[in-house]
Design a protein around this ligand. Structure first.
Ligand SMILES: *Cc1c(COP(=O)(O)O)cnc(C)c1O
Length: 356
């Protein structure tokens, strides 16, 4: 149990007037959570203070060797003005696994969840009221040792910031075109693909930019060894419905274990679908498409919830999915998850957690 000191701002910012124009991660709330680590005291001095720049020495480890990591989650306002989180302990557990891989001391799951709740409670007026809009929460940890030697830092900062963000699909759910990347890779066995560290993103930006120039909204990553098997799409996990069965990559070392992914798998199993977590070759997918058996493709992640795919392009060949519209299973997953998150349908899973 953290003893969190709260220092409120004396100059709160104006809340955004038009919640339909929030975008994603562009404006930030009035406060932030900070907790420091040193070897003598462990994690200490948990505090919520006015949102402000943090002074840092230019030689801090994080700037040079990227010893850092992050999480992404949301707070939702329900019709009766309850503010709730979605499976926050899953983010806390994943942050622990990320800390472990990045050689950062762990934060207890209860402390992580308590810190998120405490900050969201202070910022509850910032949780949007508009349908589909939410408060995006970004916990992150940075290495703050000063010095250029390559080794694990002794000092860290764990922080949480919040950004009111608009409905991902402000103009309705638009299925996207995806470029199957057969040159660049994002992960390989033994590396960091299974954790949420900024380095994974730094390595992925170039392929994303090139795909965007060609008119695609994301890249589909293949495995880093053989460039044969599908792994993830952009910052989402990905699912394929082929001839009635559901396929997604197993989260063994190179694939990020998404909370949305896990939740979709549980729902689809409840609905009687066979869900196969394992290797699926891009060639099998293209063959299924030619045979008319590639029924639905969708990405999953906290930001978009589910993102339907209408076209995959691999080695110059297009696989068109469905009739270019969102498929019925994708729609049902979207409706069910968003229904639970915004409190519109009963949470029989115990996935939502009120902030206080
Ligand atoms: C965060 C993330 C996801 C999605 O995880 P959720 O917990 O569902 O938000 C998928 N892939 C990558 C690479 C990610 O960083």
């Amino acid at each position: 149990m953290l003893d969190i000191r709260i220092e409120r701002t004396s100059s709160p910012k104006a809340k955004p007037a038009d919640e339909t124009k929030l975008g994603f991660g562009k404006i930030f709330t009035d406060h932030m959570f900070i907790m420091d680590y040193n070897p003598e005291e462990g994690w200490h001095d948990p505090r919520i203070v006015p949102y402000a720049p943090i002074p840092m020495d230019p030689a801090c480890v994080v700037f040079h060797y990227a010893q850092e990591c992050f999480e992404g989650m949301k707070a939702y306002r329900t019709a009766d003005d309850t503010i709730q989180l979605f499976r926050p302990e899953k983010n806390a557990e994943r942050m622990q696994s990320t800390h472990d891989r990045m050689c950062i001391p762990p934060i207890p799951v209860e402390d992580f969840v308590q810190a998120v709740k405490a900050l969201v409670d202070v910022e509850r007026d910032w949780v949007p009221h508009t349908d589909g809009a939410s408060l995006y929460i970004r916990p992150f940890t940075i290495a703050t040792d000063v010095g250029l030697g390559v080794h694990a830092s002794h000092l860290y900062k764990f922080m949480i910031i919040c950004a009111p963000s608009g409905a991902y699909y402000a103009e309705g759910i638009n299925p996207v075109r995806i470029y199957v990347e057969d040159d660049y890779i994002r992960a390989a066995p033994g590396l960091t693909g299974f954790v949420k560290c900024g380095g994974n993103y730094a390595a992925s930006i170039k392929a994303g930019e090139l795909a965007e120039e060609k008119g695609f909204s994301q890249v589909l990553w293949l495995d880093g060894v053989e460039r044969k098997y599908v792994e993830e799409v952009g910052s989402m996990n990905i699912f394929f419905k082929i001839d009635g069965k559901i396929y997604t990559a197993a989260t063994v070392g190179t694939v990020l274990p998404g909370v949305t992914r896990r939740s979709c798998i549980e729902l689809m199993k409840d609905w009687g679908y066979e869900v196969i977590e394992g290797k699926l070759a891009i060639k099998t997918i293209m063959e299924a498409s030619r045979a008319g058996k590639l029924e639905e493709v969708f990405g999953t992640g906290t930001a978009a919830v589910v993102s339907p795919v209408k076209e995959l392009v691999y080695e110059g060949e297009s696989a068109f999915i469905g009739d270019g519209k969102i498929g019925p299973l994708t729609q049902k997953l979207y409706d069910t998850l968003t229904g639970i998150q915004w409190g519109k349908i009963e949470d029989t899973k115990g996935w939502t957690v009120p902030v206080c």
